[in-house]
Design a protein around this ligand. Structure first.
Ligand code: ZN
Length: 244
């Protein structure tokens, strides 16, 4: 089976369409969305509808929760705050209901995989895994072999061996091995922040036991033009050019 894992679309329709287009040529059996479908971008409804149509598993992220008015956004940066309010007003009733029904974490027992937007430890506290310490703590809060996450918008493969030692795997191709455990951040479709502006996601092939990072260029200029027209703050518009 080939599973694609996408995350952090953030209302960026051009990035989502380009990614799904590419996945349609990759003989994918199942697409999993890890949440933050909305927030920042100008196409929240179209993105939710496309996720509903294309993804077999779909999770809620903190921006989705915030757009429903169910999250204290006092800690959000001013850009995120404003965009959450804007997104909340834009979302149709039907799409709000859809988001409201999404789970926070999904476990696939057969494949021994855990899917979550933020962290396996208290997922609705929306913490990040940035350090070896964060990773070590979180490995104790899922029992599956692999945990796929999003949230930081930075793709990374974190490995733990039987002795509890933690490594970061540097290349885009990761052969997975039963003697190790993994936390895999799939990066962001609609707002990458690792210095590469192309959309990010991963494909996991359960037979060849290979995880591959897939970067897809999309029409950033069109996305930015739409954001300008909607009077989104220039900071949010320009960062897409740099993937920061
Ligand atoms: Zn996000």
């Amino acid at each position: 089976m080939r599973i694609a894992v996408i995350s952090d679309i953030h209302g960026n329709l051009e990035a989502l369409e380009a990614t799904l287009d590419r996945l349609s040529q990759e003989s994918i059996d199942k697409i999993v969305s890890l949440g933050d479908i909305v927030g920042y971008g100008v196409d929240p409804n179209a993105c939710v509808e496309l996720v509903r149509k294309s993804c077999h598993v779909s999770l809620i992220g903190n921006h989705d929760r915030a757009a429903l008015g169910q999250l204290d956004i006092s800690y959000f940066n001013p850009y995120a705050k404003k965009s959450v309010v804007w997104t909340g007003e834009m979302l149709s009733e039907q799409n709000r209901d859809y988001i409201d029904g999404l789970p926070t974490m999904v476990i696939d027992d057969e494949l021994s995989i855990c899917f979550v937007h933020s962290t396996p430890l208290k997922p609705e506290e929306w913490n990040y895994i940035f350090t070896v310490y964060d990773a070590r703590v979180n490995f104790n809060f899922f029992s599956e072999w692999i945990c796929f996450i999003g949230h930081s918008h930075q793709p990374v493969y974190i490995l733990m061996n039987k002795k509890g030692e933690i490594y970061v795997h540097g290349s885009a191709r990761l052969p997975v091995d039963k003697s190790l455990r993994y936390i895999i951040n799939v990066g962001s479709v609609g707002q990458p922040r690792d210095g590469n502006p192309s959309s990010s996601c991963v494909i996991y092939d359960t037979e060849s036991r290979l995880v591959e990072l897939m970067r897809t260029p999309y029409n950033i200029e069109l996305t930015q033009l739409k954001m300008h027209k909607a009077e989104i703050h220039p900071f949010l518009v320009e960062r897409l050019t740099y993937g920061r």
